[in-house]
Design a binder for this molecule. Structure first.
Ligand SMILES: [Zn+2]
Length: 72
């Protein structure tokens, strides 16, 4: 598995990820903790909905923006 090319987290998808979905499960994570899923353009909505209906979704940002905010 290459570190260079982030791949979409959707099951069975091998597309390059464009989006980062930041989420938190309040039952198992402290409030400031962020788990992340990666999503391609096609699966962003599907994965967002999956997390959204559970009340877990915190943020959806472009991968490029996420990486630059992580670095700073
Ligand atoms: Zn995908």
């Amino acid at each position: 598995m290459s570190e260079e090319t982030p791949i979409c987290s959707a099951k069975g998808c091998r597309s390059e990820a464009v989006w980062v979905l930041a989420w938190n499960n309040p039952k198992i994570h402290t409030p400031e903790r962020r788990k992340t899923w990666l999503a391609c353009e096609e699966h962003r909505e599907h994965l967002s909905q999956f997390l959204g209906v559970r009340g877990f979704l915190k943020d959806v940002v472009l991968l490029s923006e996420w990486e630059s905010s992580e670095a700073s």
